[in-house]
Every structure is written in structure tokens, then in C-alpha cells.
Design a protein around this ligand. Structure first.
Ligand SMILES: [Zn+2]
Length: 167
């Protein structure tokens, strides 16, 4: 993702590009403050039911990918445990209560425009009522043979692994 910083968050002076710690970074000529851009982290949750025959997907209600489908997902807030973020996002988007069962993978998702790092978990539904909410337009279960148009590379990669039995 491209990142921009024009002014020093410490003293307000205009930042300049200087080499620090092995690469060009915005540096304040007045107070020497260095801006370090931090990666944005997202979580996605792979939820299956009926002996792992059906996968839960949500239809995105906004861009990027409006109208296409993806795993329930969202950003990890500063200071938040990513597992807690995953449980929270599933609840917000689908109304379902889930537990996280295992880590599936960690992706460097530099092509998606949303997150730099995506943590993918497998989860299990504990309860709740399926109901699309938040930025999801719909939420539904799909079989391997019946996958709708997908928006994100991470979702696509995980579905392909599931389809060939190597999730
Ligand atoms: Zn400064």
C-alpha cells in the first residue's frame, strides 16, 4: 500500500525523505522524528458446516469488491488480539457466534488495497442467527461446486485449497 506523510506529527515541520535504517523514510529536519509506516493487519475466518461440505461467505456491500463475495473479515484494532478481532468481525458481518479453532495461514496481501498482512483462521459456529450486517450485503453457505464470484486473493486461495482437500 502507498503511504504518505507530509508533516511531522511531533512538531509540525515539513518532512523530508532521508535514509534511515536501510531505506528512505519521512524524517523531520527540525526534530529528527522518523515516520515508520506500520502494516495494516486484517483477519479472515473460514467457517464450515455439514461435515465441512459448506462454507460461509459474505457479499460485500462496499468497494473494493462491492457485489462479490469473500470470507468474513476485518481489521485488527490497535491493541486487539487478532483472534478476538476475528470473532468480533464474524459477529458484526454475519450475526454468528464463533470460536477460533486454528491458524490456517498468514498472507502478505499487497494486491488487495485493504490490508498488508492477512491472518486466516479456521473457526466453528457456536450459535447466533445468520443475518448479514455491517458492511456485508448478504451472508450465505456455499458448497465447493457452487462458489459465487470472489473478490480477494486470500479468499480465493483458501477456497481452492478447500476444494482440493488441502486446507
Ligand atoms: Zn519534527
Amino acid at each position: 500500500m502507498s503511504r504518505v506523510a507530509n508533516f511531522c506529527p511531533n512538531c509540525g515541520a515539513r518532512l523530508t525523505q532521508q535514509e534511515r535504517y536501510g531505506r528512505m523514510r519521512p524524517v523531520c529536519p527540525e526534530c529528527e522524528y522518523i515516520v515508520f509506516f506500520e502494516p495494516k493487519v486484517a483477519v479472515v475466518v473460514f467457517l464450515l458446516r455439514n461435515n465441512d461440505a459448506e462454507l460461509l461467505l459474505v457479499k460485500r456491500g462496499m468497494n473494493p469488491g462491492k457485489g462479490r463475495w469473500a470470507l468474513p473479515a476485518g481489521f485488527v484494532d490497535a491493541g486487539e488480539d487478532p483472534k478476538i478481532a476475528a470473532i468480533r468481525e464474524v459477529k458484526e458481518e454475519t450475526g454468528l457466534d464463533v470460536q477460533i479453532e486454528r491458524l490456517l495461514d498468514v498472507f502478505h496481501a499487497n494486491d488487495e488495497g485493504l490490508a498488508d498482512i492477512v491472518i486466516a483462521y479456521a473457526g466453528r459456529v457456536l450459535g447466533g442467527t445468520l443475518k448479514a450486517d455491517d458492511d456485508a450485503e448478504a451472508a450465505a453457505w456455499f458448497t465447493r461446486e457452487n462458489i459465487p464470484p470472489i473478490v480477494f486473493t486470500t479468499t480465493d486461495t483458501l477456497i481452492k485449497r478447500w476444494q482440493v482437500g488441502s486446507l
